[in-house]
Ligand binder design. Structure first.
Ligand SMILES: [Zn+2]
Length: 316
């Protein structure tokens, strides 16, 4: 039986519902927010309010994407999910090297050690101390996705170890993988992961709409992996939006492999923090514009429901 592993337990993939494919609900006080103060999202209250609006707009689930020791807080995620009534899939994994200080344990860990850590968080539970150090407080909230990222062409040593570990964790548990992709570098990641036995259908490349050349997307999508577009809040919120144009073009060509999210990792995008347009805009104004651009209800259902239910399900 296939399942999606949410922070509050396993559910049938068909129960996931309308899903945002790459989100940030909590970015807690951490090295990450020291270096990038503009992405600080510490508030459970604000997340519950923002997700209330997301629910009213028809949303049911979000894939959270802050992995080990980059501002993740699994206890806050569990509380938000419970109070807002929204499914949240919590990640294990590692972010780009720039999210960690020099000398951080991630730069010393072998791929085998990292794989063991990821598998423990998938099978047993995520550390309440966010893997910040040797003190571990294992919660019962398990990781449902492995997040890894790379910024170097061909991947550098630290990135490669994280990707090798993600692939091993996938082989051992069936856990799906989501990656952070820098412009133009998607195929490097696909090549590494698939060569290590990861099923393409269980790989989702994020932020791929930072590159707008349709042929780049076709080359990635022909490998069988999924892509996720999430730059729409970072451009004019009208029909000149490049992510809108790209989604309207690629969805009909690859109807079962394209997902959408907001990557809304900034209080400036959240109404509950006094920003705009709010995370529900993807299901409101943006979805309306997609329809006007010719995207059918059937394609929208695939993009928001069917593809996330398949891509984020464990493969066993
Ligand atoms: Zn993100």
């Amino acid at each position: 039986m296939s399942f999606v592993r949410t922070v509050l337990g396993d559910i049938a993939p068909s129960a996931l519902g309308t899903t945002y494919a790459h989100e940030h609900l909590i970015i807690d006080t951490s090295y990450t927010t020291q270096v990038f103060p503009e992405i600080h999202l510490p508030s459970v209250e604000n997340a519950v309010a923002e997700l209330g609006d997301f629910r009213k707009a028809g949303g049911h689930a979000m894939i959270e994407t802050m992995p080990c020791d980059a501002g993740r807080n699994v206890l806050k995620l569990a509380e938000i999910s419970r109070r807002a009534g929204v499914h949240i899939v919590a990640p294990t994994g590692l972010h780009l090297p720039k999210f960690y200080p020099q000398g951080h344990w991630r730069f010393r860990a072998t791929a085998t050690e990292l794989a063991d850590l990821f598998v423990t968080e998938i099978e047993q539970g995520i550390d309440a101390n966010d893997c910040a150090g040797p003190a571990v407080l294992r919660t019962s909230h398990r990781a449902g996705v492995v997040k890894v990222g790379s910024a170097a062409r061909g991947l550098d040593d630290a990135e490669r170890a994280a990707f090798e570990a993600a692939a091993a964790a996938h082989r051992r548990t069936g856990c799906p993988i989501i990656t952070h992709v820098e412009p133009g570098l998607g195929l490097d990641q696909v090549a590494l992961l698939t060569s290590r036995g990861v099923e393409p259908r269980k790989i989702t490349l994020s932020h791929t709409d930072r590159t707008l050349d349709p042929d780049y997307h076709r080359a990635i999508l022909r490998t069988g992996v999924n892509v996720e577009y999430d730059r729409m809040l970072r451009a004019p919120l009208d029909d000149s939006n490049p992510t809108l144009k790209l989604a309207a073009r690629m969805l009909p060509e690859f109807p079962d492999q394209v997902m959408l999210g907001t990557d809304g990792a900034r209080p400036a995008y959240w109404r509950s923090y006094g920003g705009s347009p709010g995370l529900d805009w993807l299901l409101g104004g943006f979805r309306e514009m997609l329809k006007k651009a010719g995207v059918t209800d059937e394609l929208l259902k695939k993009c928001f429901l069917d593809t996330p239910a398949r891509a984020y399900a464990f493969s066993r």
